[in-house]
Design a protein around this ligand. Structure first.
Ligand SMILES: Nc1ncnc2c1ncn2[C@@H]1O[C@H](COP(=O)(O)OP(=O)(O)OP(=O)(O)O)[C@@H](O)[C@H]1O
Ligand SMILES: [Mg+2]
Length: 252
């Protein structure tokens, strides 16, 4: 099982979009996938077309010790969703007993979801307790980075957050960067891409996801790109990205 946390404290970079569509893409390649919504905004369920998700989800698992199996929802063939639940924001507010609180998810997942090939965590745009829980319960992180002016600054912050966790990790965390919402004809986007490659050689996944109107339309329709426009360039990109992840294929 590979557990991958999709993180970036910068908002709107494509974390939920990538969790949804990479999750479905991996399932279409035949892998069992569980996606876990660790964002109190709770948008992951809606991206899969579950517009009235159950009120109990990962929040009750973390706060009340509920068994994760009891809050599983089937989202697609081979895709299981663990919704956020109504009270997930309470976890972000937990400050007492920091270290233990940061390992709630890791503890809850012990010996669970063993039949899954991939577990993806959709994280909130923050670097608080929920992201700490994701990182401690992950083997890998996938950091979506967009091609705008502040993105490198954002990436430096993510790396600083990860450094802070490093001494407490049981094993090194594999870090992947994914170029997201890319507008290749923009000079700035190309410059950002070059800088990211220069600073993180061998860590940038091979297939960027381009900015595309269809991608922005998918969540409203409650469909993944494979259902919404299966023959689009974006669908091809997500299929390739899934292969990149499986084969650990990078740009360099
Ligand atoms: N490749 C893309 N092309 C066009 N629009 C996109 C693309 N990726 C994401 N979007 C749109 O951009 C917005 C933000 O994307 P998304 O919700 O995935 O980001 P996020 O990082 O999860 O945001 P947050 O930090 O708020 O959780 C959404 O409206 C989404 O539909
Ligand atoms: Mg999101």
């Amino acid at each position: 099982m590979r557990r991958i946390a999709v993180i970036n404290q910068k908002g709107g970079v494509g974390k939920t979009t990538i969790t949804t569509n990479l999750g479905h893409a991996l399932a279409l390649l035949g892998h069992r996938v569980t996606v876990i919504d660790l964002d109190p905004q709770g948008q992951l369920a809606a991206s899969f077309g579950i517009f009235r998700p159950p009120s109990k989800g990962i929040d009750q698992v973390l706060l009340e010790g509920l068994d994760i199996e009891s809050v599983r929802v089937s989202a697609r063939d081979l895709v299981t969703l663990i919704p956020a639940g109504n009270r997930l924001h309470k976890v972000e507010e937990l400050h007492e007993g920091g270290a233990t609180r940061a390992r709630l998810l890791q503890t809850a997942l012990q010996e669970k979801l063993q039949d899954q090939a991939f577990v993806l965590y959709d994280c909130p745009p923050s670097s608080g307790m929920l992201v700490a829980n994701a990182v401690f319960a992950a083997d890998e992180v996938l950091i979506p980075v967009t091609g705008d002016y502040l993105s490198l600054n954002g990436l430096a912050k993510v790396m600083a957050t990860l450094k802070k966790f490093e001494p407490f990790l049981e094993k090194p965390l594999r870090q992947w960067i994914e170029l997201s919402r890319l507008i290749p004809r923009r000079r700035l986007a190309r410059e950002v891409q070059a800088k990211v490659l220069e600073h993180f050689p061998g860590r940038v996944l091979a297939t960027p996801i381009r900015e595309a109107a269809v991608m922005a339309e998918c969540p409203g329709a409650g469909r993944t790109i494979f259902e919404y426009r299966g023959s689009s360039r974006s669908a091809k990109e997500f299929n390739l990205l899934a292969q990149d992840v499986v084969e650990r294929r990078t740009m360099q």
